[in-house]
Design a protein around this ligand. Structure first.
Ligand code: AMP
Ligand code: GLY
Length: 425
């Protein structure tokens, strides 16, 4: 088989690694990819939003399966373009990717089908939003831009003044562009966060092992929100009881709701959950693997990823027995000092040879490229995801932090408390 992967981050590197293990696959392409991905895949210079160009490429190279890693092309309808041209593709169509693409849509869906989530109101008029804040809101309160905003469109506001400023930023100043034409105002919840990723074929859902992300830039969950600074899997807080609840009230009901709406979902649903005192509730849905969640979940998956993805496309997921290793994994992101605001790029990195021939250690590339002399240099805020497995979370964490020392670059930055919550479990 020939496989094309669309995206350029640590998630796509983890997907490429996983695909490379499939005995069915003999050629992998990645568009646009990055320096690390080129170890497994031929990187092709096509942007993730160049749908026709990408489909032309898939047709010409006789690609058997295209895997869309990123949210923007999914929400933009890349899957529809591929399907119209008779090309096999893994991911939701545009009318289903809206589950991630519009928070107002997903909140209304949950309300209509009684799927547990925070109370909310949607607004497309800033005046009405301001009035609601003055008259009905309780603080803290959460403001969310409706559309995709690189994971940054969520504001937690402690006071009326902060919230009014937030409405101005999102809806009037359009800080997140058209993503802020509509806004959700949502009840603030407290509890532990867990991410559960799943494979879906339109009707059947198979969940993967749980994971937890660390979204803030600094130790102790301080600093700005980022794409994610590290993950661990499984989450010790995701108990069998929580799992049973979510199966009954969240996972299958979401898949059924999408089917009932005439928007059958095929691909990955990522459930962002909060374990509140009133039980698990949905924080958000994503329509693709999480990043860096994929970097701890995929190294633990036993199945051939191609078989599972083909079953999703063909509607035969019920025949797949999805299995994970009885171990744990921790991923620590090595970022550029100053991320997510301002940072230098093009810095040479050293030490990759330390990962060679070590099955329990992974160095997934997020923002890297080759310079003119063929050296690895940094090319983004999140640079590398250092993942290690271990018999349990403590061992995996120790291994991962040890491996972070094997790589050096002058502006290397990381959090030192990824997976620290394990100690409290
Ligand atoms: P989201 O992109 O919706 O996952 O939101 C980003 C982050 O904001 C989440 O991971 C939570 O930490 C936080 N968050 C979102 N919604 C709420 C809420 N209703 N209550 C408390 N925190 C929230
Ligand atoms: N790590 C969170 C996300 O991928 O959205």
């Amino acid at each position: 088989m020939k496989v094309l992967i669309v995206g350029s981050g640590g998630r796509e590197h983890a997907i490429a690694w996983s695909v490379s293990k499939s005995p069915k696959v003999d050629k992998i392409y990645c568009a646009p990819g990055n320096a690390g991905i080129s170890e497994f895949a031929e990187c092709v210079n096509i942007g993730a939003m160049e749908f026709e160009k990408m489909a032309d490429f898939a047709e010409k190279q006789e690609v058997d399966l295209t895997i869309i890693g990123m949210d923007d092309p999914l929400v933009g309808g890349v899957v529809d373009v591929f399907e119209e041209r008779g090309l096999k593709v893994f991911g939701p169509r545009k009318n289903a990717a809206i589950l991630e693409g519009s928070k107002a849509f997903s909140k209304d869906l949950m309300k209509k089908y009684n799927i547990p989530t925070a109370g909310y109101e949607n607004f497309d008029d800033p005046e009405k939003a301001m009035e609601y804040l003055r008259t009905e809101a309780r603080f803290p309160i959460v403001l969310k831009a409706d559309g995709l905003a690189l994971g940054k469109g969520v504001l937690i506001c402690n006071t009326l003044e902060e919230a009014q400023e937030g409405v101005k930023e999102i809806m009037e100043d359009k800080k997140f562009g058209s993503a802020g034409n509509t806004m959700v105002i949502e009840e603030f919840m407290t509890g532990r966060e867990v991410s559960v990723l799943s494979f879906v074929d339109g009707k059947t859902i198979k969940t993967m092992t749980s994971a937890q992300d660390h979204k803030r830039a600094m130790d102790g969950d301080q600093g700005l929100n980022t794409g994610g600074m590290g993950t661990f899997s499984p989450s010790p807080f995701y108990t069998e009881e929580v799992d049973a609840f979510c199966r009954k009230y969240i996972y299958q009901p979401t898949v059924d709701a999408m089917a009932s709406e005439g928007r059958p979902f095929k691909g990955i649903i990522f459930f962002g959950l909060m374990l509140t005192a009133d039980g698990p509730k949905v924080l958000e849905y994503n329509a693709r693997f999480g990043d860096p969640e994929a970097q701890v979940v995929l190294p633990r998956m036993k199945n051939d990823i191609i078989e599972v993805m083909e079953a999703c496309v063909d509607g035969t997921l019920d025949q797949i027995d999805l299995q994970f290793e009885d171990n744990a994994a921790v991923c620590v992101v090595l970022a550029s000092e100053g991320y997510p605001v301002k940072y230098e790029k093009g810095i040479p990195m050293y030490g990759f040879e330390n990962f060679r021939d070590k099955n329990e250690y992974f160095c997934f590339h997020a923002g890297t490229k080759f310079d003119e002399t063929g050296r690895f240099v940094t090319n983004g805020g999140r640079v590398l995801g250092i993942t290690a497995t271990g018999r349990d979370l403590k061992e995996a964490r120790k291994n991962a932090y040890e491996a972070t020392e094997w790589i050096s670059f002058s502006n290397k930055y990381m959090r030192h408390d990824i997976g620290k919550a394990i100690d409290e479990a």
